[in-house]
Design a binder for this molecule. Structure first.
Ligand code: ADP
Length: 269
């Protein structure tokens, strides 16, 4: 699986075509041999989270994007389950309303960026402002087309100020989405998740793919890389996301901060 992680990273110098990516791909991993590595990664994540907190100088921002039913909620539930709730925050971004609408589109995003020592997970994000907004012409092209540049500047600024950013596009096939919707309709425990709007959105599938491809090309940088995660198989999705998070945190070379006193001199009864 190790080399596969590099394959999931969107290349910086090449235009990605999603039709070249298999959403059911598993990069040679089988369901049976995915379970142990996942457990290992989840344990390691918990240790790394502690270190991030103990260092207290930097943060990790995880952006999760995907078409409806791609598994954003499931990924959060499974991959973040071993984390200490004190050090992690999840923000779900919905249709902007009230105060959010009276500000620029990055205002609510910036407010939710994790403080140093913390992990912040975005369930949807500022990318909606060049995805749903573009697909449905919610603002003119002259407005959304400037946003790629603005987002790059914003993310670059965050990264220069202590945020490590990692972005995941959970990629499922149109057929897999249909199956998940069917399940939502048939399974009483999943009925609540079903929204007729999801079926309407499905008709815009190709426009979403095009909008995602533009995002993956225009907003992919070493300071805020995109990973395309084949997500038809939930077990592969979880393994891949967990492994990338471990590697990202390892790459930060986290260090315990120095104690505020010389602890070797302190004695007490
Ligand atoms: P989810 O599908 O994430 O589980 P919802 O069913 O409440 O949650 O959907 C949230 C909706 O909010 C999505 O349709 C998404 O496209 C929309 N949304 C998020 N951000 C924006 C935005 N900036 N502008 C317009 N719509 C947005």
């Amino acid at each position: 699986m190790n080399h596969a992680i590099d394959e999931l990273k969107v290349p910086l110098d090449k235009e990605i075509k999603l039709r070249d990516v298999d959403p059911a791909g598993t990069h040679g991993v089988t369901r049976e041999n995915a379970a142990d590595p996942l457990m290992k990664h989840l344990k390691r994540l918990s240790v790394l989270q502690y270190l991030l907190y103990a260092e207290g100088r930097r943060s990790l921002l995880v952006v999760l994007q995907g078409i409806d039913a791609a598994g954003k909620d499931g990924t959060i539930r499974r991959v973040m389950s071993g984390l200490n709730p004190q050090g992690v925050g999840v923000t779900a971004f919905k249709v902007p309303e009230g105060e959010e609408k009276r500000h620029d589109y990055l205002w609510r995003i910036h407010k939710a960026v994790p403080e140093h020592g913390q992990i912040g997970i975005f369930n949807r994000s500022h990318y909606e402002d060049v995805l749903v907004v573009r697909v449905h012409d919610l603002v003119p092209k002259s407005v959304w087309s400037e946003r790629y540049r603005q987002i790059n500047h914003f993310e670059n600024m965050l990264s220069e100020n202590g945020a490590t950013i990692v972005k995941f596009f959970l990629y499922i096939s149109k057929e897999e989405q249909a199956q998940r919707f069917r399940k939502r309709l048939e399974d009483k425990r999943k009925n609540w998740k079903f929204s007729p709007d999801d079926l309407k959105e499905r008709e815009y599938w190709d426009s979403y793919i095009e909008a995602y491809e533009d995002v993956l090309r225009k907003c992919n940088h070493d300071y805020a890389p995109w990973y395309v995660i084949p997500a038809n198989h939930k077990w592969f999705r979880n393994l891949a996301v967990a492994q990338i998070l471990v590697e990202t945190l390892e790459g930060m070379k986290l260090q315990y901060s120095k104690p505020s006193a010389d602890v070797s001199q302190i004695r007490f009864e």
